[in-house]
Design a protein around this ligand. Structure first.
Ligand code: PYC
Length: 312
């Protein structure tokens, strides 16, 4: 086991990102998707040890910094969390950009990064402010209804923003920090019902993020407030970059958001991402702007006598 793993933590709108900047597992030189598969098969203990308790927590997102396949890109990255791996992570990419700048590895300006779901780019606007350009995003199904035993009929849109989302407008819940337990129970129940009814994204891919919206309880000129359940059954403290991308795609397709117009998405904790959507090569491509701050630099120790070294 490599005992020289170094990590740098940041948070983006309240949601943490722990980047492995040195000593990560040896995954070869294939695409980020191929390296993710090796990471998952052969080194899952490292994922678990870095993001699960006692070293991490259920809402920690990890990112393995990789050499890109194509050297014209600034980096490659593989995102993961308490439950497994995620294809793309908007708040995590903002955290990664700020981390690379903190390490003097990149300058302000435009950069591209390879991820398991494609190449994404970002513009580092300052030491803490980043605009990312996500993968093309779209709605797969408008107004998919499902009958949920505990909740009745629920209707939502199925959309892709780098991960699969079920986006619900009509839920009757208050999106406030005080209400997170109820919001968690509701979204977990919906996620389970989607899986039980075989309602999926393309190619049977699991819809592993559930996103609730409302226009109430917003501050700071936000257009909407959201609550996003992530795959490990934790909620995103940030407005969720991929979730905001999926939302922008739905708004755009409904004619509620014009190309280039700013949408201010607020999270349940109050942090804000600004999003726009543009047609790039004819594809709806979201950009998300947010702030991240460095919080910690660590040397990771996997003590062989510690039975919890790879997480609880
Ligand atoms: O910002 O895209 C995001 C994200 C996904 C899971 C947690 N955050």
């Amino acid at each position: 086991m490599n005992n020289k793993i170094k990590t740098i933590d940041s948070h983006t709108g309240g949601e943490p990102t722990r980047v492995i900047v040195e000593g990560g597992p040896e995954l070869g030189t294939g695409s980020m998707r191929q390296r993710l598969n090796i990471f998952e098969k052969e080194f899952d203990q490292i994922r678990s040890g870095l993001v699960n308790e006692p070293r991490g927590s259920s809402f920690m997102v990890g990112a393995l910094l990789c050499e890109p396949v194509d050297k014209k890109h600034a980096a490659g990255v593989i995102f993961f969390n308490n439950a497994g791996f995620i294809g793309m992570c908007g708040h995590g990419l903002i955290g990664l950009a700020v981390t690379l700048f903190y390490q003097n590895k990149i300058a302000l300006g435009n950069h591209t990064v390879e991820t398991p779901v494609g190449v994404v780019s970002f513009e580092l606007l300052s030491a803490n402010k980043v605009r990312i350009q996500n993968v093309p995003s779209y709605r797969l199904i408008k107004e998919q209804s499902i009958s949920v035993k505990e909740l009745g009929k629920i209707t939502g849109d199925i959309a892709w923003g780098g991960n699969w989302f079920f986006l619900i407008k009509e839920h009757g819940l208050e999106i406030t920090l005080e209400n997170t337990e109820q919001l968690l129970n509701y979204t977990k129940t919906v996620k389970q019902a989607l899986a039980d009814n075989n309602i999926t994204g393309i190619n049977g891919e699991e819809i592993d993020h559930i996103e609730l919206f409302c226009n109430k309880n917003t501050t700071n000129n936000a257009d909407s407030r959201n609550f996003v359940l992530c795959p490990g059954n934790e909620y995103d403290r940030s407005p969720c970059g991929t979730g905001t991308s999926a939302k922008l795609a739905c708004l755009f397709e409904d004619g509620h958001l014009k190309e280039g117009k700013i949408w201010r998405q607020q999270s349940v904790v109050g942090s804000i991402f600004e999003g726009t959507i543009e047609l790039v090569d004819g594809k709806q491509t979201p950009s998300i702007t947010g702030n991240a701050f460095i919080t910690l630099e660590s040397d990771v120790i996997f003590d062989e006598d510690d039975c919890y070294r790879f997480g609880l």
